[in-house]
Write a protein that binds this ligand. Structure first.
Ligand SMILES: [Zn+2]
Length: 129
C-alpha cells in the first residue's frame, strides 16, 4: 500500500514537473506503477495464505478435537502442521477411548461394560492411568 502511494506520488511529481504540453508519463513510470501493482497482488495473496493457515487450520483442528475430547491438542496440531496436522487430528484416537482393563480393546471412557469382552468395567476405570 505504501509503495503504491509512493509510485503514484512519483508519477504525479513527474507529471507536474514536466513542461506544459509534455504531460504524458514515460514508459518507465508506467512500468514502475505496473510492477508495484503486481507486487501488491503477490503480497495480498501471501497475507491471505498466511492468515488462512493461522486461523483456519487451528479452527479445523479444534473442531475435530472437540469430537475426540482434546480441543487444544488438535488445534495446536493444526497450527503447527497445517493440513498435515488436521489429517493427524482426524487420525488421532483422542482421549475419549481408553483400553479395557481386561481385553485391552479401546472402549469409550464413559462405558460401564466393555463391548468387546462383555465384562463390567470397574467404576472410574478410565481415570485410573
Ligand atoms: Zn474388554
Amino acid at each position: 500500500m505504501l509503495r503504491m502511494r509512493y509510485a503514484r506520488a512519483s508519477l504525479l511529481n513527474h507529471l507536474t514537473s514536466t513542461p506544459a504540453g509534455h504531460l504524458s508519463p514515460t514508459a518507465e513510470d508506467i512500468e514502475t506503477l505496473y510492477q508495484e501493482m503486481i507486487n501488491m497482488g503477490e503480497e495480498a495473496i501471501a497475507i491471505f495464505a498466511f492468515s488462512t493457515w493461522l486461523i483456519a487450520m487451528p479452527v479445523l483442528g479444534a473442531l475435530i478435537g472437540a469430537k475426540k475430547g482434546s480441543v487444544l491438542f488438535c488445534a495446536f496440531l493444526g497450527l503447527l502442521l497445517g493440513p498435515i496436522g488436521v489429517l493427524l487430528a482426524l487420525a488421532y484416537d483422542g482421549n475419549i477411548r481408553k483400553p479395557c482393563p481386561f481385553c485391552k480393546e479401546k472402549v469409550h471412557k464413559e462405558a460401564i461394560a466393555c463391548p468387546h469382552c462383555q465384562r463390567d468395567l470397574p467404576a472410574m476405570w478410565s481415570s485410573i492411568k
